[in-house]
Write a protein that binds this ligand. Structure first.
Ligand code: SAH
Length: 394
């Protein structure tokens, strides 16, 4: 069988260091349906190989720039390289992202390890077709773990494939408790497969949670947009006097309650099921103060057009959080919006501080955990921006 060919338009023969090909860059394709393709330039010169799908605007993601087949050998090489970049994927109770899509040369495929369970997620139709081969490569490297498939229905809909429901073959446990390194010892976090956000936890924040916990001793803490209360758990295990968690999802609040119990800190935790915008405003009016605050909102800007509204949203919550800080208090503030750059985010925080009349010292810029590696030439891989800010005495 002759491989299908995708030919780029003249003028798009730029250095191929970014795997995405959009419809507007394509001169023609020799197939009308989704397929593995050889990408060539307008003169017919080899560029790479990837998966083509005529449905989305981002119609092809290049998997290799070498003249090689998209087969089990390549998957094994990619998987082994991804594992070698990370801390050894030990079993037990560890949680780590093992494979992260473009960052690991497997665009459209994510694999996380929660203790002795693997959770995989396909973001493209092409990757969903080779899911079994990718899992085989992972199992060959780390052992025959049960695999839960956690395909996100939104990208699956855009790409036109059915999200796979549940356990791939042998079923595993319904839930596990993993341990995250914390400042004063391990922090235990529950994960129920098939429930909640992402693949279970926001693994991209694990290093920031560790850092947050290290600042918590003796402080009053506010965890806004708390999900299952992981930042608050780190703070409480780290010796915080008290923590208030604000989260709008009832399921996440229930999971946070379990996390507090599992860590033996429930007596110092207050859970508020509310809109964080309202709750921050209410507590500011009540003149409450906290020594440590985290703001970890969902991506307010999902599209380029929503950026202005997102900017206003970020500014408002940051302004209120700054006013809630006691002098010497610390704010960890984040944005995971792709369309808000680190400089934009610093500008928004600066404007919020100016309006609040509060001087803040930058203790550190923050970003995603190293198991979500940033590829310089694929800027979309750098999506989590944060600042660790300390309120200067007036
Ligand atoms: N800090 C968390 C992850 C937070 S993700 C962790 O480390 O695990 C963002 C959370 O904000 C989600 O759980 C979402 O349900 C919640 N959320 C979204 N909009 C909200 C709102 N307006 N008020 C409160 N919570 C909100």
């Amino acid at each position: 069988m002759r491989a299908a060919v995708l030919r780029l338009k003249r003028g798009v023969e730029r250095a191929r260091v970014h795997p995405w090909i959009f419809k507007g860059e394509v001169a023609d394709v020799s197939v009308g349906e989704p397929a593995a393709v050889t990408v060539v330039d307008s003169a017919g010169g080899f560029v790479g190989r990837g998966f083509y799908n005529p449905r989305p605007a981002l119609c092809c993601r290049v998997v290799t720039w070498r003249d090689e087949a998209l087969d089990a050998r390549l998957w094994r090489r990619r998987v082994d390289a991804a594992l070698a970049r990370r801390r050894p994927a030990v079993g037990g109770t560890h949680a780590t992202r093992l494979i992260w899509s473009e960052s690991d040369g497997l665009p459209g495929f994510v694999a996380d390890r929660y203790g002795d369970v693997l959770v995989v997620q396909c973001l493209t139709l092409g990757m969903s077709r080779v899911r079994a081969e990718l899992v085989a490569a992972l199992r060959a490297a780390i052992g025959d773990l049960p695999v839960f498939v956690s395909d996100d229905p939104v990208p699956a809909g855009l790409e036109g494939f059915e999200p796979f429901p549940g356990w791939l073959d042998t079923p595993g446990p319904a839930s596990v408790v993993v341990e995250e390194p914390g400042a004063a010892g391990a922090v235990r976090l529950g994960v129920t497969f098939g429930a909640g956000h992402k693949t279970g936890l926001y693994l991209d924040q694990s290093e920031n949670r560790l850092r947050f916990g290290a600042l918590a001793r003796g402080r009053e803490v506010l965890d806004a947009f708390a999900y299952t209360g992981a930042f608050a758990c780190h703070a409480l295990v780290g010796g915080a006097r008290r923590a208030v968690c604000v989260e709008s999802s009832a399921d996440a609040v229930a999971a946070a309650r379990e996390n507090f119990a599992v860590n033996g800190v429930a007596d110092r935790a207050e859970l508020v099921a509310a809109n964080a915008f309202d709750e921050l405003r209410r507590r500011e009016r009540a003149r409450e103060h906290f020594g440590l605050v985290v703001l970890d909102p969902p991506p307010f800007a999902r599209g380029r057009t929503a950026v202005e509204a997102a900017r206003r949203g970020y500014k408002e919550i940051n302004l209120r959080a700054m006013r809630l800080l006691e002098p010497g208090g610390v704010l960890a503030t984040f944005s995971c919006s792709h369309h808000v750059s680190p400089d934009d985010f610093a500008d928004i925080c600066r404007a919020a501080a100016a309006d609040a009349g509060i001087t803040l010292r930058v203790l550190a810029p923050l970003t995603q955990s190293p198991d979500h590696p940033i590829v310089l030439t694929v800027p979309e891989t750098h999506y989590l921006k944060g600042l660790l800010l300390e309120r200067v005495e007036p």
